[in-house]
Design a protein around this ligand. Structure first.
Ligand code: SAH
Length: 223
């Protein structure tokens, strides 16, 4: 069967080959960590978006999920994941902003223990079902306000935030190991920077990684 015909049946666009093309494009754009590319090659991103958008799941775009939120663009997921595992191998990671669960799944391929917090309860439930269906026993998620972190599970080696606060919530550094890293977009709906903050014995070191655009990190929980 020709690929065009397969696509018309909705099979081609979700095939392993289509996914591999996304990986090749990420490599072309400069994603160099093969561990990250391998992890993303193994995850069926089309199962993290609404069925109506499944045919676009392997384009390098952010896509809408429910409640006005978005699944991050594959390139941004890859870049942030590279940053998570750069220089050291974290064992315990906290994500703020579960959304579709895709970024958590990528981390789940690479890291022993992944914790993820989402403020919109319905999204938490949908993501949890996906983690179970796909067999991720190392990802735990809950509905909560990411600004509070997950104190009962701290300390973490990395905290990664996939929604943008207007200012760095420095209090979250209390939930990081010394030597641990927080990676987050910071800014408003006009301008945001991706920032990496490494916690040191007496203070922290901050590095700006580039321009990004994420939905805002909002306070409170939606039930
Ligand atoms: N990592 C996600 C990206 C989702 S978009 C993915 O791979 O699909 C960011 C998500 O952050 C949204 O679902 C939004 O509801 C959530 N969010 C915003 N503020 C939050 C907060 N304070 N705590 C937890 N989640 C939050």
């Amino acid at each position: 069967m020709g690929e065009e015909h397969m696509n018309s049946l909705g099979i081609g666009m979700t095939s392993q080959r289509t996914r591999q093309r996304m990986i090749d494009r990420l490599r072309d754009r400069g994603v160099g960590d093969e561990r990250v590319l391998m992890a993303m090659a193994q995850i069926p991103r089309h199962l993290f978006v609404d069925e109506a958008l499944a045919h676009r799941a392997y384009e390098d775009d952010a896509l809408p999920i429910k409640f006005g939120q978005t699944i991050s663009q594959p390139y941004v997921v890859a870049r942030m994941t590279e940053e998570v595992i750069k220089h050291h191998h974290p064992a315990k990671v906290l994500e703020l902003g579960t959304g579709s669960g895709y970024q958590a799944a990528v981390l789940g391929q690479l890291i022993d223990q992944v914790f993820s917090i989402e403020r919109i309860d319905k999204l938490t439930r949908i993501a949890r079902r996906r983690f179970i269906k796909l067999g991720y026993q190392n990802i735990r998620c809950k509905t909560g306000d990411g600004f509070a972190g997950w104190p009962s599970e701290a300390l973490f080696d990395v905290i990664i935030c996939t929604a943008a606060p207007e200012k760095v919530p420095y209090s979250l550094l209390d939930q990081l190991e010394v030597g641990g890293k927080m990676i987050l977009p910071v800014g408003d709906n006009k301008k945001q920077k991706l920032v990496a903050i490494v916690k040191e014995e007496n203070g922290y070191h901050e590095e700006i990684l580039g321009d990004v655009f994420f939905v805002p990190l909002l306070e409170g929980v939606v039930r």
